[in-house]
Design a protein around this ligand. Structure first.
Ligand code: BGC
Ligand code: BGC
Length: 614
């Protein structure tokens, strides 16, 4: 018994010390683990520690880099990559960091307060810096409509609009124009262009007619691919600027009166076509561009047989992605997703499931982000679909060297509006001129003709020469803001010193003087863009017709130069004119018009669509 008691005592002591040891060790371990277990903050900073982040290693393949980055991203970061926001909708620059926004754009005319190339560069670099402040530092894709040169920027070279390039039918020229445009963009820190336009226009009343290469699928396909090659220059080892083919698809066939927007009549409209025609005429240029390295496609707002394109799973996923093998990303056009349904959530779900990878909301990023979270949580959008969209976007960001290239710097800005680019623009203007009528060989004109009278609303007007998408979305009317040469100044520069030039915009010249040898009326369209230019039957204004008639009264022969983005109906008047030159919307270099008008160069342009005269 005694032994037992002693044994029990010992055991008791032992167990007490055992408990003590366990307690001490346990507390130590607890304290230890407490100390080393990462807090949420620490976990974030570990994720944000840029050392050992494989996706930053440019020696790895793009696939490895995308995989590594995807593996680190949470839902907020993924959803942010799928949003494309207009820069004026960013309420606070810190929101870029806070919401992990992946892409920004400047809408037409949306530049820095002071519109200079260096202010653009500073503005875009500041946005980039905000994006790079995020944990994973994923750079922004910053996009802009550089549709005829870097046209939003005052001082950039303004090339002819696409319809003029269409008239050249010259792929090599178009490629050079696109490359120069991309260089001017890249100099201002912008590496994503919303061009080329691959719409095949069938309805010339459409305000976007001049954004296209014309009506002929083959020409659109050829020039579109050339433009693409020019923009996506790879001489630095990455794609310098990412091109976007737009507007997928069929907008060129929209019918008058089908727009659902009360301000427009064609834009946002419907086209009825069988699939075979849609493929042969309108899809072909996109398929060809996909085969030639296209990185992004913009889905427009047209409805095909009443189904709006951003909701069309068949066209976006089955045809474009699966059948054509498009491996870049699909972005929706301005607010296009929200035209699907009056309910924003439903619109987002439908569009992403149809195959849209990035949504140009372009305003409310918070709504888009919360709708996406909800859709993923509800299972209305599968996680795999979101991941596929984000992978596609990141892949293009890597291909464009955005993770590797240094920020653009002020020193590079000298290419913007450089002499070399202006020379190229002049060449493009020259090659786009078309002589639509040439009675008795009146064209080209002689430089030594005695006297010339010049008139017309577009004779001395840079804004009209440049058209829409120049400085402002709808363009500008007049001579402020666009450095370059008007057609009037080009005429003055070209003729011999003995030739007398008189100018009156309305064509009113003193009745007592002799008739001028030649009257030149430069007439056409006021600048416009998109739906604001929709018309049933585009024609010359009464003012222009009166000017031409005035000029006729005081000139032996009359040449009419059309500064317009599309055929204007001149059938009732054209028989009274001796010559008709189509200058399209030539942009900043008016001397390209006179190069051909006065015969220094032969005419090589032909209309890229049908233009009837009598
Ligand atoms: C136009 C597109 C353009 C986008 C961004 C849309 O309204 O249809 O061509 O790229 O706006 O400015
Ligand atoms: C923007 C354009 C855009 C258009 C669409 C404008 O406010 O500046 O870029 O294409 O809206 O409606």
């Amino acid at each position: 018994m005694e032994k037992n008691r002693i044994f029990m005592k010992r055991m008791g002591k032992l167990s007490i010390s055992f408990v003590t040891i366990v307690l001490v060790l346990g507390t130590g371990f607890f304290l230890y683990t407490q100390k080393s277990a990462p807090s949420t903050d620490n976990r974030i900073s570990a994720r944000c520690n840029h050392e050992n982040m494989s996706y930053l290693n440019s020696d790895l393949s793009i696939e490895e880099r995308v995989n590594d980055l995807m593996g680190r991203m949470n839902d907020e970061e993924k959803i942010g990559q799928m949003a494309l926001i207009e820069k004026n909708s960013i309420r606070n620059i810190d929101d870029i960091t806070k919401y992990h926004l992946g892409a920004l754009l400047s809408g037409g005319g949306a530049g820095p307060d002071e519109n200079t190339p260096s202010a653009w560069l500073e503005m875009v670099n500041n946005y980039q810096a905000a994006a790079k402040k995020t944990c994973l530092g994923i750079p922004l894709l910053y996009g802009i409509d550089a549709v005829h040169g870097h046209g939003n920027v005052i001082g950039a070279t303004i090339f002819p609009h696409a319809i003029g390039l269409g008239a050249t039918r010259d792929a090599d020229l178009v490629e050079r124009v696109a490359r120069a445009t991309a260089k001017e963009m890249a100099a201002t820190g912008i590496f994503w262009s919303y061009s080329p336009n691959l719409d095949v226009v069938k309805n010339y009343g459409w305000g976007k007619t001049y954004e296209t290469f014309g009506t002929d699928t083959e020409n659109v396909t050829k020039l579109g691919a050339a433009y693409l090659a020019g923009v996506q220059d790879t001489s630095h080892g990455y794609i310098d600027v990412v091109a976007t083919a737009k507007h997928f698809v069929g907008g060129g066939a929209m019918e008058y009166g089908t727009s659902r927007n009360k301000d427009f009549s064609i834009e946002e409209g419907n086209f009825s076509l069988d699939e075979e025609t849609l493929r042969k005429v309108h899809l072909a240029p996109f398929q060809y561009a996909v085969q030639h390295g296209l990185k992004s496609v913009m889905v427009g707002t047209a409805r095909w047989n009443e189904v709006i394109n951003p909701s069309n799973h068949y066209l976006i996923t089955d045809v474009l992605k699966k059948e054509f093998g498009f491996s870049g990303f699909v972005v929706s056009d301005w607010y296009a997703v929200y035209l699907i349904s009056p309910n924003k959530y439903d619109s987002t779900v439908t569009a992403i499931n149809a195959g849209i990878d990035m949504v140009m909301t372009p305003f409310e990023y918070k709504d888009f982000i919360s709708d996406m979270h909800r859709a993923i949580a509800n299972g209305d959008i599968q996680r795999e679909r979101m991941d596929d969209a984000v992978r596609r976007i990141l892949k293009v960001k890597f291909e464009a060297g955005l993770f590797d290239r240094p920020d653009a710097e002020k020193e590079g800005l000298s290419v913007v509006g450089s002499v070399e680019h202006r020379e190229l623009a002049r060449e493009a203007v020259r090659k786009s001129q078309v002589f639509l009528k040439n009675n008795a060989g009146v064209l080209p004109l002689s430089k030594t003709v005695g006297n010339i009278r010049v008139a017309g609303s577009s004779a001395d007007n840079m804004g009209r020469q440049a058209g829409g998408w120049t400085v402002e979305w709808q363009g500008v009317d007049g001579n402020s803001d666009i450095p370059g040469t008007t057609i009037l100044s080009a005429i003055k520069k070209t003729v011999s010193s003995d030739t007398k030039i008189e100018y009156n915009q309305k064509g009113i010249f003193s009745e007592n003087t002799d008739l001028a040898d030649i009257g030149i009326a430069v007439v056409g369209e006021k600048p416009y863009a998109e739906g604001w230019g929709d018309q049933k039957n585009p024609r010359l204004s009464e003012e222009d017709l009166t000017t031409i008639n005035n000029l006729k009264k005081s000139s032996k022969r009359v040449i009419v130069i059309m500064v317009s983005g599309r055929p204007l109906d001149i059938r009732s008047y054209s028989k009274d004119w001796d010559g008709i030159v189509v200058a399209w919307l030539p942009g900043s270099e008016g001397e390209g018009v006179t190069d051909v008008l006065f015969g220094d160069y032969a005419v090589v342009g032909t209309v890229p669509l049908v233009w009837d005269i009598e």
